[in-house]
Design a protein around this ligand. Structure first.
Ligand SMILES: Cc1cc2nc3c(=O)[nH]c(=O)nc-3n(C[C@H](O)[C@H](O)[C@H](O)COP(=O)(O)O)c2cc1C
Length: 288
């Protein structure tokens, strides 16, 4: 709001106007139009309020004021109003609430699809926002190896993309994510990433993660390994990825496959600084 006043009224209005408008203009014959923000007036008013009045004369500021008693009232009103004012969106340095961690999860056609499913479940329990892509051969191994259906698995994620959707947000570096995990990761997908062939959404998203210098974990599952596999693993490691072959840790003395899976999932998510708290960490040899 913007107002203009004549010089003769300005002195009295300095008490009244600041409480009604955010900025206004006072005409001074010596200075012309002067724009004020209400706080320009409010701050000297503190001086008036703290000063000692002798009639209309303020002994602190050595000025005459027509309505000195009102300054205290307006001072109180301004404090009350500033407390109830909504925060201004124009101020750029206001801290945004932290967003949920965001991780891309890709399942490919290597054996061990349960690792991908349990990873999605763990991320859901950790309140991480997940962006899921499932390859055609992952769907086949999921059906063959587990009792989960594809709709069940899709329902575990916050966002699901078709592997051919190259226009998905995760295909761009401008979409902010905290990292990506491919679990399980076939040697075919490893080779695509290693050679930079972005011919599906999984290899494209992984390529983006590497170029943006974000966390990429590949749970590559194959055995034994050829020199081609090993070279590809070296190449992606040099580009910043982490190879996490889901090899069992026998020292945990697993009593079920679930124990092994939980351990691998927990150790993979450690790489994103996420603690599933679903496995026992090594604390030295136990005395029986
Ligand atoms: C039952 C089954 C198990 C497989 N296991 C592996 C495996 O452990 N590692 C691997 O690299 N490929 C494995 N494959 C082969 C991949 O599915 C195949 O190379 C496929 O093209 C991978 O494509 P994707 O990476 O787009 O999912 C397996 C295939 C089937 C049907």
């Amino acid at each position: 709001m913007f107002l203009q006043f004549s010089a003769s009224l300005a002195d009295s209005f300095t008490y009244l106007v600041p409480h009604a408008v955010d900025s206004f203009q006072i005409y001074r014959p010596d200075l012309g139009n002067i724009e004020h923000h209400r706080w320009d007036i409010f701050v000297p008013q503190l001086g008036y309020t703290c000063g000692v009045y002798w009639g209309p004369f303020n002994t602190f500021t050595r000025e005459f004021h027509l309505i000195p008693g009102l300054s205290l009232l307006f001072f109180a009103m301004d404090i009350f109003k500033s407390r109830s004012d909504p925060p201004s969106t124009a101020v750029s340095h206001i801290q945004q609430p932290p967003r949920r961690r965001r991780i891309i999860v890709a399942l490919t056609g290597a054996t061990g699809s349960i690792l991908g499913v349990k990873t999605l479940i763990a991320l859901r329990q950790l309140n991480v926002e997940t962006h899921l892509v499932i390859s055609k051969w992952a769907e086949a191994t999921i059906k063959y190896e587990t009792d989960y259906t594809i709709p069940n698995i899709r329902a575990l994620a916050d966002h699901v993309y078709n592997i051919h959707d190259m226009a998905a947000p995760i295909a761009s570096g401008s979409f902010r994510v905290d990292g990506m995990i491919i679990v399980p990761c076939s040697v075919k997908t490893l080779a695509s990433i290693s050679s930079g062939i972005c011919d599906d959404l999984i290899s494209r998203a992984a390529d983006v993660i590497l170029k943006e210098r974000r966390r990429l974990v590949l749970a590559v599952r194959e055995t034994p390994l050829s020199s081609i596999h090993l070279r590809n693993m070296t190449t992606v490691t040099e580009a910043g990825a982490i190879i996490f072959p889901p090899v069992p840790a026998y020292y945990i003395k697993p009593s079920s496959i679930d124990d092994l899976v939980d351990h691998s999932v927990g150790r993979m998510l450690d790489l994103f600084d996420l603690d599933t708290e679903a496995f026992e960490r090594w604390g030295g040899f136990k005395k029986d």
